[in-house]
Design a protein around this ligand. Structure first.
Ligand code: NIG
Ligand code: FE
Length: 381
């Protein structure tokens, strides 16, 4: 079955040759993009959708979320807005709630959040474990995550559990990894003071790599530690947060294949300083944007919200922010089929209730996602 989408006012292709097209059309064949070009020259297709001048862009690729959890931490958020600092200590509150939840309660919560994200244009979402912190609870977290996405990340090394910090890295790199590896494609670690130091983080990531997982890392979120350097050393697909970077960190990223994934929802919700996106972009670093959706530091599933923050507060242009939320996220997951709209790409796209991608930042908080197509199938009407 093929579908012609025509009268596209502005088509963001993220393709270096095609760029941003006006008066465009696009043909979807099965789950792939088959043709892109001027509307006047479009080939026939089985079905036709006239979007009447609307903007079309690739679906958002949210490359960083923590959706397997129970409960929330609204009082902790309120206390922060009244001046309390964010330390990551609240993670253990969510661990207790998550352990107490049934599989179905966790599944229902993931489904709710994936649905929210989808309605806001996210067609691919990475989901991490990390609120189980025992072999049993981490294994069920990655198993449930795998019911919702192909991009599952094992984050057993989120923090050390209150009830067993000693020997925890041995557990993560031994029995826990054994139980989780079959459900996950990625291994992650929170490399931070109070979580895992650089040596421990290296052990966790190397064990994951030995088990066939690919590495990514929470780096330099709260302090200027060695996480980014470790990311580059191990060729992590992505170093996430990058809130506190030294000049050497920026240089290292610029000379690597590691994407810097910025998570402005976390800075918004923790009142942390904004990551210096302009410094990264000026150095030639590949920048992605993601939500970090979790009940502690960033309880948003909205990529448009993150785009608006990136533009307003991190001084990215709207075009850069949209690229980072689509192609940047795809590169952070090393997915060459996602984040762009050219023949052969996955037919993951969104139709806006707006004539241009600029409106995503220009009209913050407004539900502008009119249609979402994933692998050639309409997900919302
Ligand atoms: O990416 N920093 C570590 N993990 C999450 C926060 C988790 C939480 O506070 O529950 C993050 O911000
Ligand atoms: Fe995170």
């Amino acid at each position: 079955m093929s579908l012609l989408i025509t009268d596209i006012g502005e088509l963001t292709t993220n393709d270096p040759e095609l760029g941003i097209l006006r008066g465009a059309a696009l043909v979807v064949d099965g789950d792939r993009v088959a043709w892109v070009g001027p509307a006047a020259g479009a080939p026939a297709a089985d079905e036709r959708l006239d979007v009447r001048g609307a903007a079309v862009l690739p679906g958002f690729v949210d490359s960083h979320s923590h959706l397997v959890f129970a409960g929330d931490r609204a009082p902790e958020f309120a206390a922060r807005m009244a001046g309390e600092p964010y330390t990551g200590g609240g993670i253990r509150t969510t661990v207790a709630a998550t352990r107490a939840a049934t599989d179905d309660q966790l599944r229902t919560n993931v489904a709710r959040l994936v649905g929210e994200a989808l309605r806001q244009g996210t067609t691919t979402i990475e989901i991490k474990s990390g609120y189980g912190l025992s072999t049993l609870d981490e294994a069920r977290s990655v198993r449930i995550a795998a019911e919702f996405t192909d991009e599952v990340t094992f984050l057993g090394a989120h923090v050390k559990p209150a009830d067993g910090a000693d020997g925890y890295v041995d557990e993560v790199t031994g029995p826990m990894l054994d139980a989780c590896a079959k459900y996950a494609g990625w291994v992650d670690v929170f490399c931070e003071r109070g979580a895992f130091d650089v040596a421990e983080s290296r052990r966790v990531l190397q064990a994951g790599i030995a088990a066939g997982l690919r590495p990514r890392i929470h780096a330099n979120q709260l302090t200027m530690g060695g996480g980014v350097q470790l990311a580059v050393e191990l060729d992590c697909a992505s170093a996430d947060h990058c809130t506190h970077l030294s000049p050497a960190d920026v240089d290292a990223l610029a000379n690597s294949n590691t994407v810097a994934t910025l998570l402005p929802g976390a800075e918004f919700s923790t009142r942390a300083p904004w990551p210096d996106a302009r410094r990264l972009l000026a150095a030639g670093v590949t920048v992605a944007l993601a939500t970090d959706c979790n009940p502690g530091s960033s309880y948003t599933s909205s990529m448009p919200f993150c785009i608006a923050l990136a533009v307003r507060d991190m001084k990215m242009t709207p075009t850069e922010a949209v690229w980072s939320a689509t192609k940047g996220g795809a590169l952070a997951l090393r997915r060459l089929d996602l984040g762009h709209l050219a023949p052969g790409a996955s037919a993951d796209l969104i139709v806006l209730d707006a004539p241009s991608h600029l409106h995503l930042a220009y009209r913050p908080g407004v539900p502008l996602i009119n249609k979402v197509i994933r692998k050639g199938t309409f997900l919302t009407q």
